[in-house]
Design a protein around this ligand. Structure first.
Ligand code: THG
Length: 667
């Protein structure tokens, strides 16, 4: 049965729910002594007070309940073993959380009535270490949150609040820690996530609100909002975004204004009336349903909020959800109008010699530079593949992805045949990744293992049309496997929009008879998937189609093939972004030959082939070159490099070359 809290949250009257105010601020005004904290060495450890001076904490709870708060938060903001370790209290983490929850529950019970039930939210703060910046590893953090959540659960909290979040990866660790507890106990409780947008407009690690929402959207949470850092004014834009796009109830728990430094102390000057007016607007115009106070808010502030709770109805919301991937910084929609989602293919140790060499040399800066080049070329997501015989792929994925995450503003597609490598990437990539890929080649356990990772880390997933019998060659078989995976994945809890089917573009460039149908089969399969698997997305590794041809022919064939697949519904392609040509730039005769090759329109006289588009294409492009491969250019003198850019009309890298030349020849 739905918990009492959720019933209230989702009741048709959509009541406004009032959280309490600042625990820290209201402990501070009690002028507690070192003795109250249990000795000098524990002074400032508010979480320890539930053990040494529970009355101080109960007083704060009581004041807020008296003021009219529906929900009070446990005194456990810094209650993970990691933070408590700073006071040598790590081993008491479970106990302190359990005690704090029990205490809050008992005070709430004093005030609870059938008309106005009072609830306790188990507070889980961010801690002092940011996983995205490498201060702590994901597993350690998840374990610490899990232990905290278990204490809170056993103490009887009505919901969990993961709050004052500064790092998206930290939120994933906390949510996984909580889910772990739910699994252990066989029972769920509601979850609220509250992120902190700094005065400069993003989370501390740089995430914009759209990125935070995209990253959290896959998780089973109930409320998502903002708290801390600023007053309501600087939250407005972010709250408006959540109001329009978030599938979750929206919360807003501001500080009493921006902190001002008064005599070395943080001072918050927003009055109860000002806070009330601002939040009233958020409720009536933006549909915010959960409000409360953060730093600097006193019982008076909460009293002012409780007054409006009776009279206001949150504006009804109709959120528009855009399926997207995200880096830790920003998002990219899976669906690109009149275009396709461009996945850069060059960070692939099995697909690119340059990448392989850099990896072997463990030239991480060089690999990051290769990633940045692809950003300039127009890539929107980066495929990352470190599969290379003889190397430790789990370590390589960890090393590479942890650098990409903070240095490149693109979401990542973790490409490996081994799920262990994907997970190594997921543990450091705070964004919303895509997992490339899963299939039934090694049976269902491997297929589901990747879906499990997608759920745990909130990722989308690429499904290749391969099953226990091998790689599908015909359209019918490609579609049949996709349909099986579609049903399985949805039953497993992966929404259709998070599945990218890859019908596998196999080479049509070999001349082997059985490869002749590969283009047609892929296009027909895409057509069927688009018609019959609603909501799903479709992706291809385009370059496979033309293996072995000369680079100029490849560029043209890849471009025409991409165009054909887009026409039947392709959403995304793994490509070298700047090597795809618009049709208008391809000679009509070349286009025609490519069509003939893709749809296998050879001509025969009896058994004798009189026209073979493959032979024709090869002949047409004999001796032709694409724009020069610039991979070795770094060693050329700057004069030479600049000359090449100008001759080739190649803009990418031109600015860098110019800057270097200007440095050498100052005006
Ligand atoms: N589907 C999915 N994932 C994939 C593929 C796919 N991942 C890997 C691959 N196929 C897509 N990536 C590439 C990367 C490079 C090339 C082709 C596909 C490529 N490389 C040049 C070659 O082999 O001739 C070498 C380039 C170099 O050395 O710099 O063509 O289909 N889901």
């Amino acid at each position: 049965m739905e918990s009492l809290f959720l019933q209230r949250l989702h009741s048709p009257q959509r009541p406004v729910i009032i959280f309490d105010g600042a625990m820290g601020t209201n402990l501070q005004v009690q002028n507690l002594t070192a003795e109250d904290f249990g000795g000098k060495e524990y002074e400032g450890c508010n979480e320890y007070l539930v053990h040494t001076k529970p009355e101080a904490v109960a007083t704060v709870h009581r004041q807020f309940l008296q003021a009219g708060a529906d929900v009070i938060e446990t005194d456990t903001f810094g209650g993970t073993s990691i933070v408590l370790a700073e006071y040598d209290l790590a081993d008491q983490a479970y106990q302190l959380n359990q005690t704090a929850a029990t205490l809050a529950k008992s005070v709430a019970a004093e005030f609870s009535t059938p008309e106005k039930p009072r609830f306790v939210a188990g507070s889980m703060g961010p801690g002092t270490k940011l996983p995205t910046l490498g201060h702590i590893d994901f597993d350690t953090l998840e374990r610490a949150f899990c232990q905290q959540a278990e204490g809170l659960f056993d103490g009887g909290v009505d919901l969990f609040i993961v709050e004052t979040c500064q790092d998206v990866l930290q939120i994933k660790a906390a949510l996984n820690g909580i889910e772990e507890v739910f699994k252990m106990k066989g029972e769920r409780r509601p979850i609220m996530v509250s992120v902190t947008m700094e005065a400069f407009g993003t989370m501390l690690v740089g995430s914009e609100i759209n990125a935070a929402l995209t990253i959290l959207e896959p998780y089973q949470i109930d409320i998502l909002g903002l708290n801390c850092a600023t007053g309501p004014d600087l939250m407005k834009e972010h709250i408006a975004y959540l109001s329009e796009h978030s599938p979750f109830v929206v919360s807003c728990i501001p500080n009493a204004g921006l902190p001002e430094n008064v005599g070395g102390q943080a001072h918050y000057k927003l009055t109860p009336l000002e806070l009330k007016m601002a939040l009233m607007h958020f409720i009536e115009d933006l549909g915010v349903q959960v409000i409360g106070g953060c730093c600097g808010t006193r019982p008076d502030h909460i009293k002012a909020l409780a007054e409006i709770a009776q009279t206001l109805t949150p504006k009804p919301r109709h959120p528009q959800i855009t399926p997207s991937a995200a880096s830790i910084y920003s998002t990219i929609s899976y669906e690109q109008e009149n275009s396709f989602l461009i996945v850069g293919e060059r960070l692939n140790a099995s697909g690119s010699k340059k990448c392989r060499d850099l990896l072997n040399a463990e030239d991480w800066d060089g690999l990051v530079a290769l990633a940045k080049t692809q950003v300039k070329e127009g890539a929107q997501i980066l495929d990352v593949n470190v599969d290379y015989v003889g190397r430790n792929g789990v370590r390589d994925m960890h090393e590479l992805v942890s650098r990409l995450v903070t240095n490149v503003n693109l979401p990542l597609m973790l490409d490996s045949t081994e799920w262990e490598k994907m997970e190594a990437g997921l543990k450091v990539a705070g964004g919303k990744c895509l997992l490339n890929s899963t299939n039934y080649e090694d049976g269902e356990p491997r297929f589901y293992k990747v879906l499990e990772l997608a759920k745990k880390y909130g990722a989308g997933v690429v499904v290749g049309t391969i099953d226990e019998e091998g790689m599908a060659r015909t359209a019918a078989k490609k579609f049949a496997i996709a349909q099986r995976a579609y049903n399985d994945a949805i039953a497993f809890g992966i929404p259709a929009t998070e599945i990218f089917f890859d019908p596998l573009a196999l080479p049509i460039s070999t001349g082997i008879e059985e490869d002749r149908e590969n283009g047609k089969a892929t296009i027909e399969a895409i057509h069927q998937m688009r018609q019959q698997l609603p909501g799903c997305h479709i992706l291809l590794g385009i370059s496979n189609i033309s293996f072995g041809l000369n680079p100029a022919a490849r560029q043209v064939l890849n471009s025409v093939f991409l165009h054909e697949t887009m026409a039947v519904g392709l959403d995304a392609a793994i490509v070298t972004a700047n090597k795809i040509l618009p049709l208008a730039k391809i000679e009509p005769e070349h286009q025609e030959v490519c069509h003939h090759l893709i749809y296998d329109q050879r001509q025969f006289d009896g058994d004798v082939c009189t026209y073979d588009p493959l032979t024709k294409l090869t002949t047409l492009f004999e001796g032709k070159t694409t724009k020069r491969d610039r991979s070795g250019d770094a060693n050329l003198p700057i004069e030479e490099r600049l000359k090449q850019h100008i001759i080739d009309g190649e803009r990418i890298g031109l600015e860098d070359a110019l800057a270097e030349a200007i440095k050498k020849y100052p005006p």
